[in-house]
Design a protein around this ligand. Structure first.
Ligand SMILES: Cc1cc2nc3c(=O)[nH]c(=O)nc-3n(C[C@H](O)[C@H](O)[C@H](O)COP(=O)(O)OP(=O)(O)OC[C@H]3O[C@@H](n4cnc5c(N)ncnc54)[C@H](O)[C@@H]3O)c2cc1C
Length: 269
């Protein structure tokens, strides 16, 4: 994770390094590609819903095999760094968009952007290609007594926000802001609680993250206690949080904010 100040994470009961294979891919819109992974080891992934985060392992360019770390703990990172680069897999952070336990299937939605390692892997993924998963739990943990919520993010956080909405109680009230590259990336036919309004924002030529920040700044906050979950490019996440804390007096403890990626900087691994 690039940055995450809210320390609250709920971990699954147990975690294992899981190796799956691509079953199929589906282009959802110009930016989004869904990759369905499957295999018997999917049974070890506890369905947590919401922003269920995973470390996603895939072969480095030129590698034909996936060599997964063996440690089922955070020690995997040291193990990975000790592997020679020729055999070391790539690793990135992704979100479980859906799990179908009865089919041992997991969906991961990739926001494609250029020829980056993960985008290239997803674009070229074919049935049978190996990929690995290590569970990182969830960070969407609203207090029980909140009156309203704001969920906000860019395309990297869209899978998490949609999965949060999929698991939301019917009583959820609030505003959702999703900034995506173009109008063709808007999702239609979403089923959301009656108290939720989803605002789709097409970036067009605007600087990444600015539309979400402007939209949140123009939103009237209802009375009572709120909870905000915001993720995306690092400046989007910090900008929304700074505004809510400084200008709207939202307590820091009621805001979960996550830099999912950073302009001009590749993820480690
Ligand atoms: C907890 C968590 C969950 C995430 N879930 C998802 C998810 O479900 N789907 C998803 O698509 N992403 C998700 N992300 C974001 C994803 O991990 C990053 O976008 C990651 O950098 C992608 O790796 P890469 O190999 O494509 O690019 P990198 O090698 O990391 O970066 C290469 C270049 O691309 C730029 N870049 C990276 N990401 C983006 C982007 N999204 N748009 C434009 N430019 C970018 C970088 O600034 C860099 O210049 C998540 C991140 C976190 C921390």
């Amino acid at each position: 994770m690039t940055m995450s100040v809210l320390p609250k994470v709920r971990m699954p009961g147990s975690r294992r390094m899981i190796t799956l294979e691509v079953r199929r891919t589906e282009r959802i819109s110009p930016t989004f590609l869904n990759v369905t992974l499957g295999g018997p080891e999917a049974a070890h992934l506890e369905p947590m819903g919401f922003d269920h985060t995973i470390r996603f392992f895939f072969p480095r360019e030129g590698q034909t095999k996936l060599r997964m770390p063996r440690r089922d703990s955070e020690a995997w990172m040291a193990e990975l760094l000790l592997m020679p680069k020729a055999t070391r897999p790539r690793v990135r952070n992704y979100t479980v968009r859906r799990i179908r336990p009865e089919l041992n299937e997991v969906d991961v939605e990739f926001a494609l952007h250029g020829d980056s390692p993960a985008s290239a892997w997803a674009r070229d993924a074919r049935p049978g290609d190996p990929a690995g998963i290590f569970d990182m739990g969830i960070t969407y943990l609203p207090p029980e007594d909140v009156d309203w919520q704001i969920l906000a993010g860019d395309e990297s956080a869209l899978p998490a926000v949609l999965a949060i909405l999929d698991h939301a109680p019917a009583t959820l009230t609030g505003e959702v802001f999703l900034e995506v590259p173009e109008t063709a990336d808007f999702r239609t036919g979403l089923t959301v609680p009656d108290g939720i309004t989803v605002h789709w924002l097409a970036r067009g030529g605007a600087a990444s993250g600015t539309l979400v920040q402007e939209a949140v700044a123009c939103t009237e906050l209802p009375p009572g206690r709120g909870y905000v979950w915001v993720a995306g490019e690092a400046r989007l996440a910090t900008g929304v949080r700074r505004h809510l804390v400084r200008d709207r007096a939202v307590p820091k403890s009621d805001i979960a904010f996550h830099g999912y990626w950073r302009h001009g900087r590749s993820s480690l691994g």
